[in-house]
Design a protein around this ligand. Structure first.
Ligand code: SAM
Length: 292
């Protein structure tokens, strides 16, 4: 079984980039009235305690969300901070919402949006199912212990919504503990574009010194150009600590297929402020590029 547990990493710099981008994307998709099917193929436990053993042991939130809390200005950052604040009592920062709870908070009941969650780890699946049960969301949200890549196939194309259109947005956020995950992401995007070419597909990946990580955005760009679909690629690197213990992830990226046109300007505005607040030393930087 995998040993990755997101509780160690919740609220780190990679979650800041991922969740800020996720919220900016979803908010735009929700401007249209038609209902949307959301899929989170690698959901995690859903809610995390920043004052719990896991988070305190790793200290990653201290180098992520806790450093950007007081930033003001960029709209995407404000939306992200308001989202995190909505899970906490005023002025406290004990709870960090994972992607399932972030997406759930944005669902529109009147549009009959749906959320499908997949998580393979038995403990995290149990926590997720328990956390979601408390929402009493009924048929709106489903939680399944299954392989997210495989399960996505049956959900594409998405069902026709009450307004007659098919819409979906998929978050693909594996832990990349095994290098096969890089290949599975590429296969998954290729297959998904065949099944439903107009879906919005959001991929997170770690920027680590291994060829598969380096190749991933390049291969995804290739798939988009073959399918004639627009894409957006954003990265955030917090750099190396000078003198300190430097183990752990220092950079990550988001690749979005069929991104909203509003996403690029929002990230161009937010990422300089986020990078400035999170930067640790040499190697820091951010990029937003798009094509298609
Ligand atoms: N998306 C979550 C968020 O943003 O809050 C974090 C997810 S975490 C990075 C990745 C999760 O995927 C882990 O909880 C892991 O147990 C789970 N996982 C690993 N392989 C999986 C698979 N093939 N299908 C579904 N879940 C998987």
């Amino acid at each position: 079984m995998f040993s990755y547990r997101h509780a160690f990493h919740a609220g780190n710099h990679a979650d800041v980039l991922k969740h800020l981008t996720l919220i900016a994307t979803l908010k735009h998709l929700m401007h249209k009235d038609a209902g949307i099917q959301f899929v989170d193929t690698h959901a995690g436990a859903g809610l995390y305690r920043l004052d719990g053993d896991y988070a305190e042991k790793s200290g990653e939130a201290a180098e992520g969300i806790l450093k950007v809390l007081n930033l003001k200005g960029p709209a995407a950052l404000t939306d992200y901070l308001e989202m995190v604040a909505s899970f906490n009592a005023k002025g406290s920062h004990k709870i960090y919402p994972g992607s399932p709870f972030i997406i759930h908070k944005l669902l529109r009941h009147e549009a009959r949006d749906r959320l499908k969650l997949f998580e393979l780890h038995p403990t995290d699946h149990k926590s997720l199912a328990g956390n979601i049960q408390q929402l009493e969301a009924g048929r709106t949200v489903s939680v399944t212990r299954a392989d997210g890549f495989e399960s996505l196939k049956a959900l594409l194309p998405p069902p026709v919504s009450s307004s007659g259109s098919r819409r979906t947005c998929v978050l693909i956020d594996p832990s990349y503990e095994i290098k096969n995950d890089y290949y599975r992401v590429i296969d998954c995007i290729q297959d998904s574009l065949k099944r439903f070419a107009t879906g919005t597909y959001i991929v997170w990946y770690p920027i680590v010194p291994r060829p598969e990580a380096h190749d991933l955005p390049r291969k995804l760009k290739g798939l988009c150009s073959q399918a004639k679909k627009p894409w957006l690629h954003a990265t955030l690197a917090i750099g190396r600590k000078t003198g300190g213990n430097d183990a752990g992830l220092s950079a990550s990226g988001m690749f979005i297929v069929n991104p909203p046109f509003t996403l690029k300007p929002l990230l161009n505005e937010a990422l300089p402020a986020v990078e400035e607040a999170l930067a640790r030393g040499p190697g820091r930087g951010w990029v937003v590029e798009s094509g298609g």
